[in-house]
Ligand binder design. Structure first.
Ligand code: TXA
Ligand code: MG
Length: 330
């Protein structure tokens, strides 16, 4: 990567002030950023992504000190989680301040806030001074970008500037927790687990992930490559590859090489640890999707820690996009 120079970050600040779109690196995935207080700029995010306008956006801040400019009735739980996990892969849903634009919240009375953990974007946010609304910088329904190259290949010239901050360290979108309910509710699993949140808060966190979809815009069918996709456990992946190959199906195996023994399939390696798998899943899905195969077989590590839960969630959504009764395409 060519790390952005100070003058590139200055240019990004100028672009944001002028209503431009800047792709920003974060520790989770790249975001498609615009000035959260500029309605026209935020509208451009939706048209560029092809995202329905009622899907609310996360506002990215330079520091927890500015929470109160964006949220009201901020509970002590939010202060605790912000001081424990920010900057980091955690998004807090809070009551919105009256000044927050409807286009950011999808007209809801809540707003999602996060301080991302990436030096370049923190520098940008500090110099910019305001909040940056940013969804993942992919076309709607497709795999989130974890490199600057992914953003360029998805959105090309429609972004005014792509800040290259290298490959994302976490590689899966932030954990989202709603703090406007009686009990905190986990809306989207990420690297910070429900147990991590419970440990920090000393209270129980509700997990609604298998129930009705609570985070608006978190469609079941999402994060999808174009090649038909199927999930497997690591233990069963090699056998499944063999039987698909025996049927003449050209299969690409996306798995940790150490966890799944060698097979005839084209391989896309997810590394060794669960965090390696989190970091490399989206890049592997993109690469495998370009390989012109008939089927992708994906096996991710199991477990109940944050990354494994998040991996299972994203994989389930990617598979759902290919289910015969496809549901809504995300
Ligand atoms: O890691 C991340 O969170 C990345 C990086 C760029 O920060 N962003 C991201 O944004 O994943 P996006 O737009 O792809 O996903 C944001 C999610 C959506 O599922 C949306 O429904 C939820 O956040 N969300 C936003 N505002 C909300 C609100 N007020 N209440 C409930 N959910 C909200
Ligand atoms: Mg997204």
């Amino acid at each position: 990567m060519a790390a952005p120079t100070e003058s590139t970050i200055d240019r990004a600040v100028t672009l944001l002030h002028a209503g431009g779109l800047v792709a920003i690196p974060t520790e989770t995935v790249y975001g498609l950023g615009a000035d959260a207080s500029n309605e026209r700029a935020v509208r451009r995010i939706f048209s560029t992504k092809g995202r329905p306008v009622d899907h609310p956006l996360i506002v990215h801040l330079a520091s927890p000190d500015t929470i109160d400019a964006w949220a009201t009735d901020v509970p002590s739980t939010a202060r605790i989680l912000a001081s424990r996990f920010w900057p980091g892969p955690l998004t807090l849903v809070l009551w919105r301040a009256p000044s927050v634009l409807d286009v950011v919240t999808g007209g809801r009375d809540t707003v999602a806030l996060r301080v991302p953990d990436h030096a370049i974007t923190l520098d940008l946010l500090r110099r910019f001074g305001g909040g940056v609304a940013a969804p993942s910088a992919n076309r709607f329904g497709r795999v989130s970008p974890t490199t600057a190259e992914h953003v360029r290949s998805d959105l090309g010239d429609e972004v005014d500037l792509v800040l290259d901050g290298g490959p994302c360290r976490v590689g899966l979108e932030s954990t989202i927790v709603d703090l406007t309910t009686d009990r905190p509710v986990l809306l989207r699993p990420g690297a910070i687990s429900a147990a991590d949140l419970e440990h920090a808060l000393g209270t129980e966190v509700e997990r609604v992930l298998t129930g009705p979809v609570r985070a608006p815009g978190m469609l079941k069918a999402h994060y999808a490559p174009a090649t038909p996709l199927e999930a497997s456990t690591e233990a069963e992946a090699a056998d499944r590859c063999r039987s698909l190959a025996a049927e003449g199906v050209r299969v690409g195996l996306i798995a940790r090489s150490a966890a799944v023994p060698a097979t005839e399939a084209a391989r896309f390696d997810l590394g060794e640890s669960a965090s390696d798998a989190g970091r490399s899943l989206y890049a592997a899905l993109r690469e495998a999707d370009r390989a012109g195969l008939d089927r992708l077989l994906v096996a991710v590590p199991s477990g109940d820690e944050g990354i494994a839960t998040a991996l299972a969630d994203r994989l389930g959504r990617a598979v759902a996009a290919h289910a015969p009764a496809g549901g809504h395409r995300g």
